[in-house]
Structures are given as C-alpha cells and as structure tokens.
Design a protein around this ligand. Structure first.
Ligand code: NDP
Ligand code: ZN
Length: 187
C-alpha cells in the first residue's frame, strides 16, 4: 500500500483510540472521532487537499489539546511535519479560555499553510455542527457569539484555499439565516 494511505489510516486509528471515551457536545453525544473525520473529509473533498501530512494532522488535531497525548508522541509516530502542524493548532490550556480565544484570532494569520488549512476545516466543521447538531444547552446568543468568533479567526486564514474559504462562508451564511436568532433580530 502506498505510504500516504498508511499514514492517514494510522492517524485515523490513533485518533479513534485517543478519543475513544470522548463525546461531542450534541444532544446525542456523538463519538468524538466523527469530528476529526469530518475535517479530513472537508479538506480532501471540498478543499482538494492532496498533502497526506495535512490530512493526517487534521485527524490528529484535537488529540494533544483534548486527550493524554504529547507532541513528542505524535512526532515519534507520524514525523516532524505532522507534529508541527498539530502543535500549531493546539491551544495552550494553561491559559484562561477567553485568552485562548483571543490568541486564536491574533495568531491565525501567522500560521503555516498546513495549519491554516486544518484550522479553516475545523471552524467550518464546528459551524456546521452548531447548525445541524448543536449542544442542547446552548442559547441562540451563545451560538451567534461562536459564529462571530469563528469568522474573526478565519479572517486571518484567508488566501490559503479558495474552495475551503467558500465552504466556510457558506456554513457561516447558513447559520446566520437559520434558527431563532434570525427571526429574533430587529431592524
Ligand atoms: P466552547 O469552546 O465551550 O465550545 C465550542 C467547542 O466545542 C467547539 O470549538 C468544538 O471544539 C467543540 N464542540 C463539541 N461538540 C460540538 C458541537 N456539537 N457543535 C459545535 N462545537 C462542538 O464554546 P465557546 O466558549 O466558544 O462559547 C461560545 C461563546 O459563548 C463564547 O464566545 C462565550 O463568550 C460565550 N459563552 C457563553 C456561555 C453561556 O451562555 N452560558 C458560557 C461560556 C461562554 P473542537 O473543534 O476543539 O472539538
Ligand atoms: Zn476541532
């Protein structure tokens, strides 16, 4: 089998194992691995991304932030290029949440091309989830705030892949035109 395919399958299997006890925040508490798989799908099919390193990094993008996984472990198994992208998309959890969110906005423009692609797919996937399968306890206002923040982060990512940006913009527009927040809005 070719090396790209092996890298991608190994990354999917490693991520599935690391996230095995985690669930998404939707009402059904879907298996967490659906989310990294969604990023890989967005990158490959919508973005036309053919770099296996970027697809593998997308599959692994939440392992260091959300599970007991170190960047060293990623580097040992998947190499320096995958590990550096994962490191770039991992928030520093020692910082307060608001500061982490602010830093994503400030730093997105200076990320590498690979990290920008992963971040763009991540924000698109999360906006789609917030429309299709939102956390049960989120108000329309909280969803709207998340949309605004995601858009600010994505401003710094523009210029890396037009098709992926169009996918993000479409997900954003859909969210803005659906749900009670739209009908609540006045003049
Ligand atoms: P969180 O960071 O708490 O949650 C969003 C993250 O959850 C996503 O980035 C995604 O991260 C993950 N996720 C898991 N399941 C889903 C799903 N089904 N749909 C979407 N995302 C999912 O949100 P924020 O702190 O960003 O909250 C949004 C805004 O709401 C903030 O700007 C904040 O000011 C405000 N807020 C309001 C509160 C309230 O009203 N009670 C409390 C806290 C904040 P990943 O890609 O890493 O999986
Ligand atoms: Zn994510």
């Amino acid at each position: 089998m070719n090396n790209d395919l092996i890298l991608i399958l190994n990354a999917a299997s490693f991520a599935a194992d690391k996230h095995r006890r985690q669930r998404r925040k939707d009402a059904d508490a879907s298996p967490y691995i659906n989310h990294p798989l969604a990023l890989a799908d967005i990158l490959a099919r919508e973005g036309g991304v053919e770099d296996a390193t970027v697809i593998a990094a997308a599959l692994l993008h939440d392992t260091v932030e959300d599970t007991e996984t170190s960047i060293e472990e990623i580097e040992d198994r998947f190499g320096k290029r995958v590990a550096s992208i994962v490191a770039e998309v991992t928030d520093d959890k020692s910082l307060p949440k608001e500061e982490r969110k602010r830093l994503q906005v400030v730093k997105s423009a200076s990320k590498s091309q690979g990290a920008k692609l992963v971040k763009l797919a991540d924000k698109t996937a999360n906006l789609r989830d917030l429309v299709a399968t939102p956390p049960a306890d989120w108000s329309a206002e909280r969803r709207a705030k998340y949309f605004e923040w995601a858009r600010e982060v994505v401003e710094g990512l523009r210029g890396c892949n037009a098709a992926l940006e169009a996918s993000f913009d479409e997900a954003y527009a859909k969210g803005m035109n659906s749900g009670p927040s739209h009908h609540d809005r006045r003049g």
